[in-house]
Design a binder for this molecule. Sequence first.
Ligand code: HEC
Ligand code: HEC
Length: 394
Amino acid sequence: MSKSVITLVLIIFSVFTNAQNWSDKEISTLQKFSLKALKPSVDTSNKYHDNQQAIAFGKALFFDKRLSSDGKISCSSCHDDKYAFTDNRKLAFGTRQGFRNTSTLLNVGSQDWFFADGAKDSLWSQALSSIENPAEQNFTRTELLHLIFEDVNYRNVYQRIVKKELTKEEIENLPEKAGPNSSLENLIAWKKLDKEQRQQINTVFTNAGKAIAAYVATIKSSESRFDNFVDELADKKTSTLLNDSEQRGLKLFMSKESGCANCHSGPLFSNKTFHDISTGIPGKDNGRSEVIESIIRDEFNCLGKYSDAKPEECDELKYINRDKHQLTGSYKTSTLRNIIDTAPYMHDGRFETLYEVINHYLEKSQEKPKKNDLTPIELNKEQQLDLVNFLLTL
Ligand code: HEC
Ligand code: HEC
């Protein structure tokens, strides 16, 4: 048969097998991507994870601008619910210019690793790093202690949650500003403290982080048009809740032809692990490979003394992939939920539109010799449009 006959047969075939036909097997696969399949988040390293008082306290801290060196930045400055808990910027801007695009916090409690390179293994250690990050809140842990002690509401709720009093003697002698992760001055003040004092400070600091984490874990997406479609499909075997183009885009997304669902799988549309899709910037940002050692050394990791987890509950950390060569240029597979509100895209916000993202895949998947984790794909203009229309249903 000539090439044109084959094409004709394929076109006729595709008209008759329109996108509204979904087999039982396909439907059951789709159900694994539905929000209903998302398991409740657990964090055994945080004993306050489900504590309602801690959630309320954490929420107050999340919105409190006093937790910053200039009194102007809170978590919510960058994670704004107007933009699916991002900031609508290419790169974050806190107390100064950052170098990464702000991630959404929707469903983040169900992730295993936090940040684009997964530099943190729990939501609470993540929160602590934002508070002290010189480009985010640039606060110190002793400042936070003083703040909690001096604000009577905070002090009372803190004491109720941890069931231990903060005594005046404990707090009064501490320097106003001290911490290991900021200016030289603050670092020197931190080094001057004795081990016991540092542990005392770290305990209050981590408890505050755990309260923030307990709140952040409650931030979830509501069901999308895609989820409603899957529900109706499971029920009636057919549904028009997504239009033809969106359904074709969904089929394509799930297919080997696009390969998208190899990495963007499950209810978050993310396999939660790290891949090289040629977005690394050699010499400047190599992603996952650069943070492995600091995760293992981190005093606030799952195996550390401030964690509430038993060692056997820290498998993610214990069996961490240490193959730096393989991980160079790798980033966490982004969730695709609420993608319409999370632009610009990728860890450095390099793309403004989903078409640019797809174009990146078309180009980088063809690279020879193969330099990344992508398999070659080719999509025509209509397929690209369908794919984007589908992504917008999430
Ligand atoms: C200056 C802006 C800014 C502030 C302030 C900020 N963040 Fe972020 N947040 C970011 C950026 C940028 C990223 C992505 C960084 C990266 O990937 O390396 C991020 C990532 C995260 C993540 C990881 C998401 C994921 O999927 O991996 C969580 C959770 C988070 N922030 C929570 C918080 C909390 C809690 C606070 C307050 C204690 C906070 N952030 C303060 C900008 C900010
Ligand atoms: C080999 C794994 C892999 C495959 C296959 C893959 N992706 Fe990705 N995707 C990723 C990773 C990793 C990132 C994050 C990269 C970064 O931040 O630099 C990402 C990011 C994205 C983003 C940006 C999300 C955001 O909020 O920034 C979109 C959109 C996206 N992918 C869509 C797709 C589509 C559509 C396909 C199929 C054509 C696809 N991906 C195939 C791993 C993959």
